[in-house]
Design a protein around this ligand. Structure first.
Ligand SMILES: *Cc1c(COP(=O)(O)O)cnc(C)c1O
Length: 360
């Protein structure tokens, strides 16, 4: 039986990447050491991190006036690091609230300055994205923060919002590298690795040079972008093994036709699942508005919620793992990041169809 893992994060990794890591576990490229046992200041690890950064730059076409940093602390670490590094420019920041993670981001930022919600879809149970024309942006904000893909709610922006001259900051934790984006539209992009990049413990930050030097005096040194930029991400000991695995994933992604190639596959997977949800006759339904549906995290519910436990037990027995929705939303969620093959979504739809026939 094939196993398909729909975890929202830490999420599945490409099998070939895990096999390569397994083959290299004890002795990396004849060095006599595991990557886990190498000095982060040695030549071997320098090669690993240099290649990872170069491959990420190539995959996302990152312009030269942006730094690529590997930090720690995850997505939530950046909820603090972003205001601690940027809000000092003007003392205020604008936040777009489209779900669980943006709600936490603005709450954390308010500890360091005047962080304001410019719009919120909370009243709509985070089932859509507030129309851009209704956002009340402050031209003096240090930045505008938004969450391109709300992992818990299954809501994704289909376009980059236009916020004028104010730097745009994006929490791309759950959709980085899943679709093509024009990096030059952003002041800063960050992503915890465990959704679409690699194992947990690595946080990728892509930051424009002019935003490196506005840290508040209280900013912990381990959260200062300038320190990481100057040290080539080796300010202190980074997650060396995590960076190595991320690098293997980047190489794998290049073999899949890069971001443009994987985007086509991601579209096909999401279309297949949403089409079934819309056409299944109501046994299941997708609560998110069609225009805001995430390609990465497909949230759905059973009309008869008393069947939830049965659905989860039987899907697990069929090799379809971790379909339970986040506890704040309930229902089901199929996370179908880059490594999920089309066959995984086909197997899920076949199971759902069969379950509906038996229990409908
Ligand atoms: C998972 C996630 C986070 C939190 O990441 P941690 O690494 O657990 O702090 C933040 N934002 C988004 C969009 C996420 O998907």
């Amino acid at each position: 039986m094939s196993i398909f893992n729909f975890s929202a994060g830490p999420a599945m990794l490409p099998r070939v990447v895990l096999e390569q890591a397994q083959a290299e576990l004890l002795d990396w490229h004849g060095s006599g050491m595991s990557v886990m046992e190498m000095s982060h200041r040695g030549g071997e690890f320098q090669q690993i991190i240099d290649e990872a950064i170069a491959d990420l730059r190539e995959l996302m076409a990152i312009p030269d006036n942006y730094q690529v940093l590997f930090m720690q602390g995850g997505g939530q670490g950046q909820f603090s690091a972003v205001p601690l590094n940027l809000i000092g420019r003007t003392g205020r920041a604008d936040y777009v609230n489209t779900g669980h993670w943006s709600t936490l981001a603005v709450k954390e930022a308010a500890r360091y300055g005047e962080a304001r919600e410019v719009c919120s879809s909370a009243g709509d149970a985070f089932h859509g994205i507030p129309d851009r024309s209704g956002w009340e942006l402050d031209p003096r904000a240090a930045y505008v923060h938004y969450t391109p893909n709300e992992t818990v709610n299954g809501v994704e922006f289909q376009d980059i919002p236009d916020v004028g001259a104010v730097p745009l900051v994006a929490d791309m934790s759950s959709n980085i590298l899943s679709r093509e984006v024009d990096v030059s539209r952003f002041g800063l992009i960050y992503a915890s690795a465990q959704k679409n990049i690699g194992p947990s413990g690595v946080t990728v930050v892509i930051v424009r040079d002019d935003l490196l030097d506005h840290a508040l005096p209280i900013t912990p040194i381990t959260l200062q972008y300038r320190k990481y930029a100057d040290a080539g991400s080796l300010f202190n000991t980074p997650s060396t093994y995590g960076i190595y695995l991320a690098g293997l994933v980047f190489k794998w992604l290049k073999q899949q036709g890069g971001v443009a190639g994987i985007e086509q596959l991601n579209k096909a997977k999401a279309d297949l699942l949403y089409r079934y949800l819309d056409d299944c006759g109501g046994f299941y339904f997708a609560p998110v508005e069609a225009s805001a549906r995430s390609r990465m995290n497909v949230v759905f519910r059973l009309r008869d919620e008393s069947l939830n436990a049965d659905f989860l037990a039987q899907s697990k027995a069929a090799g379809l793992l971790q379909l339970k929705g986040h506890k704040v939303v309930g229902g089901m969620r199929a996370s179908i990041y880059n490594p999920m093959p089309l066959a995984g979504v086909e197997a899920l739809v076949a199971f759902m169809r069969d379950f509906a026939q038996r229990r409908g």
